[in-house]
Design a binder for this molecule. Structure first.
Ligand code: ZN
Length: 333
């Protein structure tokens, strides 16, 4: 193949109420809303992007929120867990933080390699915070809700649950360039590199597992990184030659994308690092206003009327003094 991809780019999941989603990911997880736009394939609904300060590839979680959507169910042929990287020694702080928000979290699967805290978002999406023994040098978003010393560094990994792991492993290793680092009890750890946070996919074999249903509270697809569109085009040609039903290159405004399904059923995407989220608004103002791609701009009035009104908490913007932070300072004084 062309080369291995450079790691994970983003995860896209399906949510219900957009305001509930914003409150949880900004206040609960301390991420930054880096883009408020609409689903380009269904412009009457939002597409919300969360990440670090500038929404760097590998820090991104994105959601299609449809108010009132039925709940999906987790099962095979899906990405079943989305893991985010946090610093070593921070899980105790996170557990207290979630307790304060009324969110249940449990320590799970601790090993010499990593510690995990498992929780669900308001729609039931399975999230793990992972403190890896491998250092994560990425700078976090300095949010008012989560101090930088504990903050999420970006994606750690995604778990793909499949009935027959052999075919999925072949796609990921022979065709996408990941390598298997180890296997234990039907759980395979793969990485585009050496297992660093943001480069990892865990494939879990569940031979008799029921097929999942992608709807509210489940992952729609996961995306891998390529540097630019030229490399992406090479990937597209090679995947098509290998027999995958791969889409044309689609313009997602902040990156371009191709999509295809791995044999186990999960929808995969290959997305470019460029041009990024400051293409249509300044870095300091990311997420503040509804952004539309040029081809939807003529329909702005109709789109604005169709989408629900949502409030973005003040802590999304650098330099503003959010209520939570000033009250903590006052209490200490
Ligand atoms: Zn995507």
């Amino acid at each position: 193949m062309t080369a291995a991809t450079q790691g994970l780019h983003h995860v896209t999941a399906i949510a219900g109420d957009p305001q509930q989603n914003i409150d949880f990911y900004i206040r609960g997880l301390g991420l930054r809303l880096v883009k408020k736009t609409v689903n380009f394939d269904d412009p009457g609904t939002y597409h919300l992007y969360y990440g670090d300060e500038s929404g760097r590839p590998g820090s991104l979680l994105t959601f299609f929120p449809w108010k009132g959507i039925r709940s999906g169910h987790v099962g095979t042929g899906q990405s079943t867990t989305t893991a985010l990287s946090v610093p070593q020694g921070s899980l105790g702080w996170w557990q207290e933080h979630f307790k304060g928000l009324g969110v249940d979290s449990t320590v799970s699967g601790t090993s010499s390699e990593e510690e995990r805290l498992s929780l669900r978002d308001p729609d039931g999406l399975q999230l793990d915070l992972v403190a890896s023994s491998l250092t994560d040098p990425r700078d976090p978003w300095d949010s008012a809700s989560v101090p930088a010393e504990y903050a999420v560094r970006g994606q750690h990994s995604s778990v793909l649950t499949v009935q027959r792991p052999e075919e999925t492993l072949e796609t990921l290793t022979r065709h996408l360039g990941l390598r298997v680092l180890h296997e234990k009890g039907g759980r395979y750890r793969l990485s585009t590199h050496d297992g660093e946070p943001g480069t990892v996919v865990d494939v879990v074999a569940d031979p008799r597992g029921e097929r999942g249903l992608v709807a509210g509270g489940t992952v729609h697809h996961i995306a891998f990184r390529v540097p630019d569109q030229r490399t992406q085009e090479l990937w597209r040609q090679e995947l098509a030659e290998l027999g995958y039903a791969v889409t044309a290159i689609l313009d997602r405004q902040y990156f371009t994308s191709i999509y295809f399904r791995e044999p186990g059923g999960t929808l995969l995407e290959i997305a470019t690092d460029t041009p990024g989220f400051d293409i249509d608004e300044p870095l300091l103002e990311l997420g503040r206003s509804l952004k539309l791609p040029p081809w939807l701009e003529p329909s702005r009035d109709a789109i604005s009327a169709a989408v629900a009104r949502i409030d973005v908490p003040g802590e999304n913007n650098p330099g503003e003094a959010p209520a939570a932070r000033s009250s903590i300072i006052e209490e200490r004084a």
